[in-house]
Design a protein around this ligand. Structure first.
Ligand SMILES: [Fe+2]
Ligand SMILES: [Fe+2]
Length: 183
C-alpha cells in the first residue's frame, strides 16, 4: 500500500499545475511498491524452484523468474516515461507472502507432493496479489492519461493471469491427488 504521500494541495489546471497531481503521485508510489515486490519475488521463486518436488512445478517457477525479469523491465520503462527515478519501496503485503512461501520450505517435508501443494498455494496467493496490483495500475494509467503505460502494465497483468492458470493446471494434473495419498 502506498503511504507517505506528502502533497495535500489539490492541483487543478486552474492553479497552473497540470503535470503533478495527487493521483500521479499515488501511481508512482504504487509503482515503487511493485518494483520492490518483483525484485523480492524473483529471489523467492528461485528458492521455490529448488524446493519443489515435481519437475513441472520446478520448471514453472524457473520460467516465472524469466517472466518476472520482464516485469521489472516494464516497471523501469514506466519510471522512465514518468520521469521518476526507479526506486523500490517495501511492500508489507508481499513481504508477508514471501515469508509465508519461505515457511513452506521450512515446515514441509522435502520430496513430497504435499510440499508442492503448499508451494502452489503460496505462489497463487502471490499471483493474485500481482493481478490486483497490475489491474489497478492499468486502470489508473488510463485515468492519468498514459495509455502507453497502461499497455505495458496490461502485458504484465496478462502474464500474471497466465502464471496463475498454469499453477492451477499443474495442481490438477496429479499433484493434489498424489498429496492426498501421502502418509
Ligand atoms: Fe510479476
Ligand atoms: Fe508473478
Amino acid at each position: 500500500m502506498a503511504t507517505g504521500l506528502k502533497t495535500t494541495k489539490i492541483n487543478t489546471p486552474e492553479n497552473g499545475n497540470k503535470e503533478k497531481t495527487l493521483l500521479k503521485e499515488l501511481f508512482a508510489e504504487e509503482l515503487k511498491s511493485n518494483y520492490w515486490a518483483e525484485k523480492q519475488l524473483s529471489k523467492v521463486l528461485l528458492r521455490m524452484s529448488k524446493g519443489a518436488t515435481a519437475i513441472e512445478l520446478s520448471n514453472a517457477f524457473k520460467q516465472h523468474i524469466t517472466i518476472t525479469e520482464s516485469h521489472i523491465n516494464r516497471l523501469e520503462q514506466t519510471f522512465k516515461i514518468l520521469g521518476v527515478p526507479a526506486r523500490g519501496k517495501k511492500c508489507e503485503s508481499v513481504d508477508g507472502l514471501v515469508k509465508e512461501a519461505q515457511q513452506v520450505m521450512e515446515t514441509t517435508e522435502k520430496d513430497t507432493a504435499v510440499r508442492d501443494v503448499a508451494l502452489i498455494i503460496s505462489a497463487q496467493k502471490i499471483e493474485h496479489y500481482e493481478i490486483a496490483a497490475y489491474g489497478s495500475l492499468v486502470k489508473l494509467a488510463n485515468t492519468i492519461g498514459k495509455p502507453d503505460i497502461a499497455h505495458l502494465m496490461q502485458q504484465t497483468l496478462d502474464e500474471e493471469k497466465e502464471a496463475d492458470k498454469i499453477l492451477t493446471q499443474i495442481a490438477e494434473s496429479g499433484i493434489n491427488i498424489n498429496a492426498d495419498i501421502e502418509r
